[in-house]
Structures are given as structure tokens and as C-alpha cells.
Design a protein around this ligand. Structure first.
Ligand code: NDP
Length: 478
């Protein structure tokens, strides 16, 4: 049987674009459909614009420190419209780069929605159909709002990048990556930030000590962080004390991002589980993301979906329908851009390179871009303790740069070590640029370095990270 293409990719995010390019480079005839902007969540409404906002927001403390270091500065002020205009131009440029990379690899692009018609056929929004030997679903995920009345009054992370003006005050709901990163970013940009997290401590799943320090530092910067707290009621201030707006959309947790008219503009009155009532200029829900699997024709084809709608795949990213593969956030494995890219490359190796390549999801380093950042690889102390006897090494101190500027910021360097094998099971860093540091520490941990390997490495002085190789005595064993 002959097909129009060897591979049809649905979704032009980081994973889909990489899989398409690498497959085309291996000689496959490839097409890719994207209904929105090329680049997907990471480039258009995630990692890239977020990181540029992190940089923008960091200047506030930078100006304070500069004065402490003897610089004379005049009045400083942040101009959101100047920044966001430049941000939009940069994202346009990056989208062009992605498009150019696909073109340059010979991938045919369809700027429209696509769904699966059968195991080898894709139907485009204009009604045309294309056949392919293999179909790769890389449609990513989207932010979801919680199931509270009037939830449509709150923004989701996608909306932040499109704001015309910055709110004066904002309530951020959630305690994960996105909630904590935006709390720090917006606080740095001068927005009065309140954060409600339903659990006992933010950043569930990360090392307990590291979470505690990040929370302390966020509070120290002026973020009004309340744990064990959630929204019970929200409405425009004129309707306070009442109930959900009659006729308002009844949004379930998976339908959230579809606010056709854009985000609600105007203040929101919120009542919290702790009884606190307050009006905020804006509310941001950072309450998790859901895979984009609705309306793709997957169920009709017999592709198995998990409880949250994620596509179930094996270690080669293959679904139960042999010609259909899936990579990235739509599979609900590890929701990180570099992981989606790895999965895309492993797919190409397996299907077009003739080398079956499973994806290694073990010991993935990652960073939360709070201020300071939290970098992590391997097991938390809490998880390691459950697994085997361990030693814990920590150094928590005021770094030289901040101490000189008169700030009380602390950093944390932490190693969790196996008592028996001596391997470093986990490394956790809370510090400025921890994302950069953990990338390098991640190599050693992935190689199976022991505590003694760390100790044999000569310190780079004076740095914060030198503490990673100079901690001689465990602070505790368990
Ligand atoms: P997370 O799953 O990390 O966090 C969701 C947060 O919302 C949790 O604190 C959760 O609480 C809370 N929550 C969920 N449902 C409700 C509810 N109904 N009411 C109140 N709170 C609720 O999701 P994010 O959206 O922050 O990020 C999604 C993924 O994107 C991350 O897991 C990460 O993989 C990726 N990401 C990575 C980044 C990076 O690498 N720097 C940056 C941003 C995103 P609880 O803990 O109790 O479940």
C-alpha cells in the first residue's frame, strides 16, 4: 500500500517539530499540521516567554543591589507595554525560526487542525485527507481551571503573556511550577502578589528542605503566600457574598482554556477557605495542565487514553494501534520540553533509523525558575529514606554577593547519598542560577558519581557551588 507520507505529525511544538525534522533528515517524507502558532507551549506561551519575564523581573532586586555596590541610579520604573511589545516581536522571530527549520528539512506544513480518520489517515480542518505510514500525535497540553463557580473569571498562564497592562494586585492559585514561578515574576515586576495553595507546603514532590527555603524566600520578597488555603467563592465585586453568576459558563476542570472572549478584565472578589475575603485586580489559576486529546478521533480508533485523557504509550512511544505514536505532554509522562524532544528523537531513531530506542526517563534534572531558583536531580531526601539507608549533606548560607548587598537571602546545597553504594542519589540546589548549576551536577549524578567522587573534585573558589564538593560531615543519617 502506498501512502502520501512516511510520517504525519500532528502538533508543531518542541517534540513534534524535532521528530519531524529528524525523521525527514533520515530520508522520510514528512508532513506536519499545527492549528495554532508554530513552536507550541514552550516557545509561544511557556518556557521561553516565561524565562524572558524572569529576566525582566530580576532587575528590580538588581537595581537595589547595584546601589549597595556603590552605583548611583536615578528613578527606575518598569514599562510593561515596552517589554511585552518586544517580547511579541521575539516570539514572532522564534516562530519564524521553527518554521524555517521545518522548511529547510523538507517537511510539508499544514497550518490547520488535524485529526485521525483511521490508523493511516489524517483529516485536515479543510476536509482534505492525507495518508501516512506512521502518525505521530504531539498535541501537547493546556492549562485547566479548577471546578469552582465563576472559574472563568480567572486567567490561566497562556493569558499572562497577552495582558495589555499588568494588574496592580493578583491572586495566584496553586503551588506547582507555574504558580510559584509567576508569583516571583509578577512580584518582581511590582505586582502585589497573593498565593493560595491547598496543601501544607508549595512545590509538592520536591525535596522538603528545598521547598521550605523557597517558600521562606518568596515570603521574604513580599509574596503573601497562604498554604492550606483555597478559593471557595469568586465573583465580580458587585455580586460579593452571592453565588455563581447565573448563565456563567459551567467550566469543568478540563474545559478551561477555551475562553473565546479572552480573559476576564476587571476585579474579582474572592472568599478563601480560611474565611479571608479580598478583591484582586486579577486571579491566575495555575492548577495544572491536561493533555490535548479531545476531538482527535483517538477513541474511535481504539487508542487507549488514561484517566486524565493522556495517550497511553509503551517505552517506544507507540500506542496500541501500531501505526500511531505519541510524544510529549499529550502522553502525560514527564511534562518537560527537553523530555518531549528526547521522545521525538527516540521515535525517529526507532521508526526511521532502524535502532529501537526506548526513552530514558530516569534522573531528569529540572529547575523551577522562582527567585531564587530551585534545581533538582534524583531522589528527594523523603523518597530516598524510604528506599534505603542514607546520609544527608547540606550547606545553607548567605551567598557573598547578596550578603554584601545587605540582603538576608540564603542558598541551599544538598546531597542525598546512599550509605551502602555511596552514590549521590539526589542533588537539590536553591540559589540564583540553580538551573544552570543543576544541569552540570546532573551529569555527575546520571553517571552514578559517589560522594567520594564529588569530594575528590577540587573546589572552584569563590563560588556558591563549591559547597557541593566541600561538605565533609553528614547533617543526618536515616
Ligand atoms: P503542577 O501539577 O506542577 O501544579 C498544579 C498545582 O495546582 C498544584 O500545586 C496542585 O496542588 C494545584 N491544584 C490542582 N488542582 C487544584 C484545585 N482544584 N484547586 C486548587 N489547587 C489545585 O502544574 P503546573 O500547572 O504548575 O505545571 C504543569 C507542568 O508543566 C509541571 O508539572 C511541569 O512539568 C511543567 N512546567 C515546568 C516548568 C519548568 O521546568 N521550569 C515550568 C512550568 C511548567 P497539589 O500539589 O495539592 O496537587
Amino acid at each position: 500500500m502506498s501512502f502520501d507520507y512516511n510520517l504525519f505529525v500532528i502538533g508543531g511544538g518542541s517534540g513534534g517539530v524535532r521528530a519531524a525534522r529528524v525523521s525527514a533528515g533520515m530520508g522520510a517524507k514528512v508532513a506536519l499540521a499545527e492549528e495554532s502558532r508554530m513552536g507550541g507551549t514552550c516557545v509561544i506561551r511557556g518556557c521561553v516567554p516565561k524565562k524572558l519575564m524572569v529576566y525582566a523581573s530580576g532587575f528590580r532586586e538588581g537595581f537595589v543591589d547595584a546601589r549597595a555596590y556603590g552605583w548611583e541610579l536615578g528613578e527606575t520604573a518598569f514599562d510593561w507595554s515596552a517589554f511585552s511589545g518586544k517580547l511579541r516581536t521575539e516570539l514572532d522571530r522564534l516562530e519564524g525560526v521553527y518554521r524555517g527549520l521545518l522548511d529547510g528539512s523538507g517537511v510539508e506544513i499544514f497550518d490547520q487542525r488535524a485529526k485521525l480518520a483511521d490508523a493511516h489517515t489524517v483529516e485536515l480542518a479543510d476536509g482534505t485527507t492525507k495518508t501516512a505510514k506512521h502518525i505521530l500525535v504531539a498535541t501537547g497540553g493546556r492549562p485547566v481551571r479548577p471546578d469552582v463557580p465563576n472559574a472563568h473569571l480567572g486567567m490561566v498562564s497562556d493569558d499572562i503573556f497577552l495582558l495589555e497592562t499588568l494588574p496592580k494586585s493578583i491572586l495566584i492559585v496553586g503551588g506547582g511550577y507555574i504558580a510559584c514561578e509567576f508569583a516571583c515574576i509578577l512580584n518582581g515586576l511590582g505586582v502585589q502578589v497573593t498565593q493560595y495553595y491547598r496543601g501544607a507546603q508549595i512545590l509538592r514532590g520536591f525535596d522538603g528542605e528545598a521547598r521550605g527555603l523557597v517558600a521562606d524566600m518568596m515570603r521574604g520578597q513580599g509574596i503573601d503566600l497562604h498554604c492550606g488555603t483555597n478559593i471557595v467563592e469568586m465573583c465580580p465585586p458587585g455580586e460579593r457574598g452571592g453565588h455563581a453568576i447565573s448563565g456563567g459558563p459551567d467550566m469543568g476542570p478540563t474545559e478551561a482554556a477555551d475562553t473565546a472572549d479572552g480573559p476576564h478584565d476587571g476585579p474579582v472578589w474572592v472568599k478563601a477557605t480560611n474565611g479571608r475575603e479580598q478583591t484582586f485586580d486579577a486571579v491566575l489559576f495555575a492548577t495544572g495542565r491536561a493533555p490535548n486529546t479531545a476531538g482527535l478521533g483517538l477513541e474511535d480508533l481504539g487508542v487507549a487514553l488514561g484517566r486524565r485523557g493522556e495517550i497511553e504509550v509503551d517505552e517506544y512511544s507507540q500506542t496500541g494501534v501500531p501505526s500511531v505514536y505519541a510524544i510529549g505532554d499529550v502522553t502525560g509522562r514527564v511534562q518537560l520540553t527537553p523530555v518531549a524532544i528526547r521522545e521525538g528523537m527516540a521515535f525517529a531513531e526507532t521508526v526511521f533509523g532502524g535502532r529501537p530506542t526506548p526513552v530514558d526517563h530516569d534522573l531528569i534534572p529540572s529547575a523551577v525558575f522562582t527567585q531564587p531558583e530551585l534545581g533538582t536531580v534524583g531522589l528527594t531526601e523523603e523518597d530516598a529514606r524510604e528506599q534505603e539507608p542514607i546520609e544527608v549533606y547540606t550547606a545553607s548560607f548567605r551567598p557573598m554577593r547578596e550578603a554584601f548587598a545587605g540582603r538576608s537571602d540564603r542558598v541551599l546545597m544538598k546531597l542525598v547519598v546512599s550509605k551502602e553504594s555511596r552514590k549521590v542519589l539526589g542533588c537539590h540546589i536553591v540559589a540564583p542560577e540553580a538551573g544552570e548549576l543543576i544541569q552540570l551536577a546532573g551529569i555527575a549524578v546520571k553517571m552514578g558519581a559517589t560522594k567520594e567522587d564529588f569530594d575528590r573534585t577540587v573546589a572552584v573558589h569563590p563560588t556558591m557551588a563549591e559547597e557541593l564538593v566541600t561538605m565533609r560531615t553528614p547533617v543526618r543519617t536515616a
